[in-house]
Write a protein that binds this ligand. Structure first.
Ligand SMILES: [Zn+2]
Length: 135
């Protein structure tokens, strides 16, 4: 396929595609929790790393990690162009994930990270979530 975008434009387009993918995964998670009667969560709480969902009373933070952005060992596929750039970017994201989790745990939060791919067969992740919030 001919490359119709300039390099800069292409990476802008890619990042837009991928970041909207992340919003979608959050909405899938919302739908799952609603469908399974899991309540008590909030979005948009001001905490380190801006967790996707926060159960304040149970002190549990939930992050839904996109397989691309967070370097899923099963599904991460490095774009063919600008490999060094993407490797560095994903490595930074993973390092930030670890730092944020440490910071939250240090102030008494439990941290649950959910892979985007786990949303497709959500039984195990819902069970983990229920255990974490004591439901
Ligand atoms: Zn994955």
């Amino acid at each position: 396929m001919a490359d119709v975008f300039s390099k800069a434009k292409r990476s802008e387009v890619m990042s837009r595609i991928r970041s909207s993918g992340n919003r979608d995964t959050e909405l899938v998670m919302v739908a799952l929790m609603r469908a399974h009667g899991i309540t008590g969560w909030r979005r948009g709480q001001r905490l380190p790393g801006r967790p996707d969902f926060v159960f304040r009373r149970e002190r549990v933070c939930v992050f839904v990690d996109g397989c691309f952005w967070h370097g899923c060992p099963l599904h991460f596929r490095r774009p063919k162009s600008r490999r060094a750039f993407w490797d560095a970017k994903i490595a930074r994201n993973k390092a930030r994930d670890r730092r944020v989790a440490r910071e939250l745990r240090a102030s008494g939060w439990r941290v649950l990270r959910v892979w985007e791919h786990a949303l497709r067969k959500p039984g195990p992740l819902l069970a983990r979530l229920r255990r974490a919030i004591g439901a």
